[in-house]
Every structure is written in structure tokens, then in C-alpha cells.
Write a protein that binds this ligand. Structure first.
Ligand code: PHE
Length: 454
């Protein structure tokens, strides 16, 4: 099976490819979602389970998606046409993946837009001297504003498009190679600051001391869902990036590296946030508003708070944009290869569609609040639909395809670079992919549908 990576222009370096994949995984899921979910489910015990799901379940599925991508050398849908030309039904997985990315990108771009607004607010010191209640009010009135958040969402969509239009080498690789090290560096600075605050002991013990009593069944499911979301599994993303991975690269170690970096950033986000939250006597369990309401409060109380606020929101915005770039790439590559449009027109058209859908998501938090789908606002419906259903379904389909349909020898041949990589892990990988992952994913889906997953 030959790839067409030469004409498609894959990544030029191993570092470039891995930086882009890490950039895609590391996003709002790590810095905004992970800390508040860990906070809600009691910290330490949640984190232990999370680690088990990331490495025991997530990594094998990631490798599986890479196998599909690299072996076919195509976009998330075309990949199945190349690998199983006689069985058109599998194309459905690819279509689903592209739709999933469209929906994620729509609501994600709204939150990513908020991060730009908050970067701006920190630069102009717009929240300085405000009481906690005023900070909360400012946040609510901003996200409910009829057009301000849409302007920022539009800016984010524009910036993302500007990078993707340049293609994989001149756009994505160049951008992520610079941004990812900066992101790690800012994160380390913030951790050092947080750990030197008086509440650091309390914050660290909240984060790392396992209190299993706090962990409910909902918490277990949340840990699984978060692992899938954070590693960007089941959305065709790793198939797309896999199609750019070079034949000689070791996909197993790449996936371990991506998952470890993603997890490290999530944990570091916790380390940067919780000690500070405890130092100023605030609640670690404030939910989605942790970053936008609790933290500005922290910064207001901290010496040199404005400086750290700017660093934090720049970090959040950079993490968000490296992810939206990858979401857009999945869709654009599909449009280019399946609908045969030029990259430039594909990027512009896709971005306009996303801008419109994202604007709807944003409006659904304010002006269109009363317009609901099965009781959910459009924004919540997009979030819930993708995280609870579409991504687990996408991941399940991949495991069934590779574990039960595609030939075992071919899977193993691709993972092992035609038998040149010899490790015990390959057997374990295949076992998890064929047996464990489908069972666990089915459990997530069923419980998620019954509403237990929240
Ligand atoms: N992994 C990304 C994050 O943590 C979210 C994401 C999911 C991105 C699925 C792409 C596809 O923010």
C-alpha cells in the first residue's frame, strides 16, 4: 500500500509531526476542562483512574487510528476507501469523523474566542480591583452578549484558517514547532509561581491524594470521557495526522509521547491552578467557570497578578488555537481530497461554515437561550453530542474495524514498520484493540445514553 505523502507534502521532521499532534491533543480539554472535572470529582482518585484510561485504553486506540492513517495515506474518509475498497459501509466512520470535527470546532471556537477576549482583558487590566461577584457578572454578561463573543470567535476562526491555508509544512508545522515549546515554558513558569504560594501543600494534596470516597460512578465515566476528549480520539484527527506520518517513524513511541505530553500538560494545569485557588480560599469545584471566574479572582489577589494573568490566558489561547488548527485540517483535507477543491477555497468555505455554526452556539448562551434541542441549548447540545456519543462511537468503530474486520497481519505489519520493530507491546496493543476497548467503549456509550455520564 503506497502513501501519496510526497505529493501531499507531509511533515518535514519527526519533531514537526509530533509537535503538531501534541498541539492538537493539548487544548482547552487540558487547561480548562481537566482541572474543573478533576475538581468536581475530588482530585486524586479521579486522576489515578484518568491515567489508567489514558494509557490502558487511549494509547492503543490512538495507535490504531495512526495505523489507518499511515497505511492509507488519505483523509479520515478516503482512508477507508483505500484500505477496504469493496466495503463502502466503512466510509461511514470517516463521514462521522468529519461531522464530529465540524461540531466540535463550532462550539470549541466559541470558548477559544473567550480566551482571546480574556487575554485582551488581562493586557488592559480590565478585571483589576473587581469583587468576585463582579468578575462573575462580567463573565456572564460577556458570554451572553449578542455580538462581542462572536467577534472574538470570528477572529479565532480567521487566525486558524490563516495557518491551515499554508498547508501542513508551511502552516501547521511551522506554527506548532514554535508555539508548543513556548506553551510548555509558560506552563512551567505558572507552576513555579503557584507552588511557591502558601496554599501549595493543600492544593497538591487535593490534586494527588486519592480519596476514593469522592469518586462516584459518574466520576469514572467522566474520567473515561475526558481521556477520549483530551487525546482527540474518535474524531478522525489521528487518522488525518497519521496520513502525514513517515514510514520510518515508530508510531507506538509517538503515541506514548503524545499521550504523556497531553497528560503532563493537564496535570501541570492542575498544579498551576489548585495551589493558587486554595491560597486565596476559593472553591476548587466551581465547574466550567473555574478558569474564567475563579482564576481572575486569584490573579487579583496575587502579587504581579496581571503579569501571570496575561501568561495564563496567552497559554490558554495558544493551546486552543493549536487544537482548532488540527480540527480544521481534518475537515479541509476531506474537502480537498473528496470534493476536489483547492486548499485555499476549501479553507475559506469551511471556515465560513464554522463561523456561522459557532455564532449560533454563542447566541444560544444568551439571545437564543430559549431555543433548545431536547432541553439543551445549541452550545450544550454540540458539546454533549460529541463528547458523549460521537467520539466514543467513532473510537468504537475504529476498534471494531481494526480488531475484527481488517486483517490482523496487516495491522501488525503497519504498527511494526513491516516487522522491523519488535516489542512485546504489539501483542498487548492488539489485544486491547480487539477485546478490551470495544467492551469499555460500549459501556461508556450505554451509560452515557442512560444519562449517568451527565
Ligand atoms: N483534545 C482536544 C482538547 O483537549 C479536543 C479535541 C477533541 C480536539 C477532538 C480534536 C478532536 O482540547
Amino acid at each position: 500500500m503506497s502513501t501519496n505523502s510526497e505529493q501531499r507534502g507531509g511533515f518535514t521532521s519527526y519533531f514537526g509531526a509530533v509537535a503538531a499532534a501534541v498541539g492538537s491533543a493539548v487544548g482547552l480539554g487540558n487547561i480548562w476542562r481537566f482541572p474543573y472535572i478533576a475538581g468536581e470529582y475530588g482530585g486524586g482518585a479521579f486522576i489515578m483512574l484518568y491515567l489508567i484510561f489514558v494509557f490502558g485504553l487511549g494509547v492503543p486506540i490512538m495507535i490504531g487510528e495512526f495505523v489507518i492513517g499511515r497505511r492509507s495515506g488519505r483523509n479520515a474518509m478516503g482512508a477507508f476507501r483505500v484500505l477496504s475498497p469493496k466495503h463502502k459501509g466503512w466510509l461511514g466512520i470517516g463521514i462521522l469523523a468529519v461531522i464530529t470535527c465540524v461540531i466540535i470546532y463550532s462550539f470549541y471556537s466559541v470558548v477559544a474566542g473567550w480566551t482571546i477576549e480574556y487575554t485582551w482583558l488581562s493586557c488592559t487590566n480590565g478585571l483589576a480591583g473587581k469583587e468576585a461577584s463582579e468578575i462573575s457578572e462580567a463573565f456572564t454578561s460577556f458570554i451572553q452578549h449578542p455580538y462581542l463573543p462572536i467577534l472574538f470567535q470570528g477572529l479565532l476562526v480567521f487566525l486558524t484558517g490563516a495557518v491551515v491555508i499554508g498547508g501542513v509544512q508551511k502552516g501547521i508545522e511551522k506554527f506548532t514547532k514554535i508555539v508548543m515549546p513556548v506553551l510548555f515554558f509558560i506552563m512551567l513558569l505558572l507552576c513555579v509561581r503557584s507552588l511557591t504560594l502558601p496554599g501549595s501543600k493543600e492544593g497538591m494534596s487535593f490534586l494527588f491524594k486519592p480519596e476514593f470516597g469522592n469518586l462516584t460512578a459518574t466520576g469514572v465515566l467522566a474520567a473515561m470521557g475526558q481521556a477520549i476528549f483530551s487525546l482527540s480520539i474518535g474524531a478522525g484527527l489521528l487518522i488525518t495526522y497519521g496520513s502525514y506520518v513517515r514510514k520510518e517513524d515508530n508510531m507506538m513511541s509517538s503515541c506514548f509521547f503524545i499521550a504523556s505530553s497531553d497528560t503532563a500538560i493537564a496535570l501541570l494545569a492542575g498544579i498551576a491552578i489548585f495551589p493558587a485557588v486554595f491560597t486565596f480560599g476559593l472553591s476548587p469545584a466551581s465547574g466550567p467557570s473555574l478558569v474564567f471566574e475563579t482564576l481572575p479572582n486569584v490573579f487579583n489577589n496575587m502579587p504581579m497578578g496581571q503579569f501571570f494573568a496575561i501568561l495564563f490566558f496567552v497559554l490558554l489561547a495558544l493551546a486552543a488555537i493549536t487544537t482548532t488548527i488540527s480540527l480544521l485540517e481534518v475537515i479541509v483535507l476531506w474537502v480537498v481530497e473528496e470534493l476536489h477543491l483547492k486548499r485555499t477555497s476549501a479553507t475559506i468555505i469551511t471556515s465560513l461554515v464554522i463561523f456561522a455554526l459557532g455564532a449560533l452556539c454563542s447566541l444560544s448562551l444568551g439571545t437564543l437561550k430559549d431555543f433548545t434541542i431536547l432541553g439543551y441549548t445549541f452550545f450544550d447540545a454540540c458539546d454533549k453530542l460529541t463528547a458523549t456519543y460521537l467520539m466514543p462511537i467513532g473510537a468504537l468503530a475504529v476498534t471494531i474495524y481494526l480488531g475484527w474486520f481488517y486483517k490482523k497481519e496487516d495491522v501488525l505489519d503497519e504498527v511494526s514498520n513491516h516487522g522491523t520493530l519488535k516489542t512485546w507491546y504489539i501483542k498487548l496493543f492488539y489485544f486491547v484493540l480487539r477485546y478490551i476497548a470495544p467492551i469499555v467503549l460500549t459501556v461508556i456509550l450505554i451509560t452515557g445514553s442512560l444519562g449517568i455520564a451527565g
